[in-house]
Design a protein around this ligand. Structure first.
Ligand code: GLC
Length: 717
């Protein structure tokens, strides 16, 4: 019955077209809102509901989400997670959908393009360590162009979850522990994917962004994935929501609801966050997609009695699209009949999905150009962007007696499990990245140190006694961070620890140097590494250009300019430990650990050494303009990161002991000085937010400080 009714509508539609008039929704010159309304008015209930569903196409390689593949893809499906690698295969599916559905609504192809599609850049936690959002923007532009050219319209990125527990494996996907820095990278990455405005979304090479995981997923208790989170309204507003607000302001078209339970109300059925905050307070006019099976999981989370109940709870909370568990298709019709879901809400949800499709230009250009791979992946400019970012993501944690840089005349030995590992340079969530695309540490270093000795076996220890410098590559495999990879122990494996001790002894007996290079996706407990190494280089998972980037830093062609955006604890027992904590009521010997573990971290937020030395002037304040002059007192050109912190020592809602509120990275030539200015906007830079999301400025005294500058400045409002 329904089918023939649909075909009657189809015939009427054709009749109207037969007068030579194309339906308004296909008129590219018409305003998008009119096209949306016209199309919506022509859709049947079944067609509307299928627009709110997302299935998968292609071989799903996410080991945490292996589910049954959709047997048959309905031509009216709203979106597909696209595991295909060629534009031809993707276009074949799109053509089937456009040509076999009554209204020819194109499908939205989504995929996890987290730090590159095929040209893999450093993991986001490494990108953040560059303290240069422009590099992240460029990386996102490269990712968007590669993904667009294979037919991906939408990426499930950036992940902007503030995270303060390195036991949680997904810290590799985000930007670390600081809300302000995560917000700057959120907006930069959104603009990299989508372009500077909504209008640029329909241009070639741009794709829709998706802010995730909304919200508070990084607070997963004990660092275990998928578990509940306890987040007060105050902390929700002052810590976890701002990076999403920044991304929305940058135009992010979509948001992904999270797996975590937010203090009793799961994120994927949380009306306050998904409707009150996102739609009513922030006026977001795109849509929310659930995380994988997150609607279905409302039962496990103890909220839904059954699948139908889960559907009603999620949909009525404001979750527009259901990722792969198929509950919306199965249960919305009945829920509408029973009056538990309104047609107005269905229409509004479909409106939001169609709006994004129209903005992307999918109706005008449903098929991507089928360029040969040589014209669309791993292009030189893409690899250059990956190299530039990798160079600046490297953090020099320790450098005793200037062990680094290493002269090209030195006898260098390279050893350790990651020295020639291509796979592990990619990191987790590496899109369609391949090990074959990677320049390993060995390849990169050999280009600079042709006589380098690479030793893989037990002779590694002996090599340390016969070479001036040994570079020992240790860390964690790419599979040890990412989704569902929580670890209760964040040290390097024992076998690496013993190798380190042997090599250190052999090197230092002969007065030789030992440089440890770390490959990892989370902060590590390096308490047992630090004493054995003269220098420690944090190299994260740097992507396809890992080798050349490391070689540039080791040789001194590039002075390391990365700074940590997540605290490295002395022990997992100190967690949670992060710099912008609230102040304690007790000081001195009260509130510390009694087993002589200091309460300070091994390496704090903002830490990172340079080959240059910098001298900071006092901070001067002229009204609301703060300046500091920094002199490079060395003979080495180097980039420095100026980090401005604000303290509000007395506030009705107590503030963190200090908060990053402005930063700038700039090259300072050897012997020269640069002046850095922070134009303070009281509400933006000194203001705070209350538990209702209201921003305010507290009159009174503020203390301004700059990392590396002993003096601070007092500002009275
Ligand atoms: C995963 C992740 C999410 C990802 C989605 C689709 O479970 O939580 O980040 O975008 O499923 O792969």
């Amino acid at each position: 019955m329904k089918k023939c009714f649909a075909y009657i509508i189809g015939l009427l539609l054709l009749a109207s077209c037969s007068e030579g008039k194309s339906p308004l929704y296909l008129d590219a010159s018409a305003p998008i809102e009119k096209r949306v309304e016209d199309l919506l008015s022509r859709m049947t209930l079944e067609e509307k509901i299928l627009q709110l569903n997302q299935y998968t196409v292609g071989r799903n390689d996410n080991i945490n989400n292996i589910g049954e593949l959709a047997e048959k893809i309905p031509a009216e499906i709203g979106s597909l997670i696209c595991f295909l690698e060629s534009p031809e295969d993707r276009n074949k599916i799109q053509r089937y959908i456009v040509e076999n559905s009554r209204l020819g609504i194109p499908c939205l192809f989504g995929f996890d393009v987290i730090h590159g599609f095929r040209t893999i850049c450093p993991i986001p936690l490494a990108q953040a360590a560059s303290w240069d959002p422009e590099l992240a923007l460029r990386g996102a532009q490269v990712a968007a162009r590669e993904a667009y050219d294979v037919g991906i319209d939408w990426t499930f990125s950036p992940m902007v979850d503030v995270a303060r527990d390195p036991r949680w494996g997904r810290v590799m996907e985000g930007y670390g522990e600081d809300t302000y820095l995560a917000s700057r990278f959120s907006e930069a990455t959104v603009r990299g994917y989508q372009g500077p405005s909504i209008e640029s979304l329909s241009e070639p090479g741009t794709i829709a962004a998706c802010l995730k995981h909304y919200v508070g997923y990084g607070a997963s208790e004990a660092g275990r994935d998928y578990v509940p989170t306890e987040i007060s309204s105050q902390t929700l507003w002052d810590t976890y929501l701002p990076p999403f607000e920044a991304g929305i302001k940058a135009g992010a078209q979509t948001v992904m609801s999270a797996f975590n339970n937010i203090s009793g109300t799961p994120a994927s059925a949380n009306r306050y966050t998904m409707t009150t905050v996102l739609k009513e307070m922030w006026n977001h006019d795109g849509f929310i997609v659930s995380d994988w099976d997150a609607v279905l999981q409302l039962k496990n989370q103890g909220m839904a009695a059954d699948d139908k109940d889960a559907t009603a709870l999620a949909f009525n909370a404001g979750l527009e699209m259901d990722m792969v568990d198929d509950l919306y298709r199965k249960h919305l019709p009945e829920l509408i009949k029973e009056g538990r879901v309104s047609m107005e809400q269905v229409d509004e949800s479909v409106r939001r999905v169609l709006r994004v499709k129209f903005r992307l230009g999918l109706f005008e250009k449903p098929y991507t150009d089928e360029k040969p791979a040589s014209e669309r992946i791993l292009l030189p400019e893409y690899k250059q962007a990956a190299l530039d970012m990798a160079r600046e993501s490297i953090v020099l944690l320790k450098n005793d007696d200037n062990a680094l840089p290493v002269s090209t005349a030195s006898r260098v030995a390279l050893i350790g499990p990651f020295a020639d590992s291509a796979e592990d340079m990619l990191g987790n969530w590496a899109g369609r990245g391949r090990a074959e695309d990677v320049v390993t540490y060995l390849d990169g270093l050999r280009a600079v140190y042709p006589s380098l000795t690479y030793v893989q076996d037990i002779k590694a220890v002996q090599a340390a006694s016969t070479h001036d410098v040994t570079i020992l590559c240790l860390g964690q495999k790419r599979s040890w961070s990412g989704e569902n990879t929580s670890r209760s122990d964040i040290r390097i494996p024992d076998i690496q620890q013993s190798l380190l001790r042997e090599v250190s002894k052999a090197a230092h007996q002969r007065g030789h140097k030992l440089v440890v290079v770390l490959t990892n996706g989370r902060p590590l407990d390096l308490s047992d590494v630090e004493p054995y190494a003269d220098a420690i280089v944090e190299a994260w998972h740097l992507g396809v250009m890992a080798g050349p980037a490391l070689a540039d830093v080791i040789s001194g062609a590039e002075s390391p300019s990365g700074r940590l955006t997540m605290t490295f604890p002395r022990s997992v027992g100190q967690i949670p430990i992060y710099y912008n904590r609230r102040s304690s009521g007790r000081r001195g010997t009260q509130g510390i650990y009694k087993d002589d573990m200091p309460i300070t971290p091994l390496y704090e937020f903002g830490h990172g050494l340079s080959y240059a030395t910098f001298e900071y002037s006092d901070i001067t304040l002229d009204g609301l303009t703060a300046t500091v002059t920094v002199k490079n007192t060395s003979s080495v050109d180097a980039k420095e990161v100026i980090q401005w912190y604000v303290q509000d020592p007395a506030s009705v809602i107590t503030r963190p002991v200090k908060e990053l509120r402005h930063f700038e990275k700039r090259m300072i030539k050897a012997g020269e000085s640069e002046t850095f200015t922070f134009e303070i906007d009281p509400l933006r830079d000194l203001g705070f937010v209350d538990s209702f999301g209201h921003k305010y400025v507290d009159p009174g005294e503020y203390v301004l400080s700059v990392r590396g500058c002993e003096k601070s400045a007092r500002l009275i409002l």
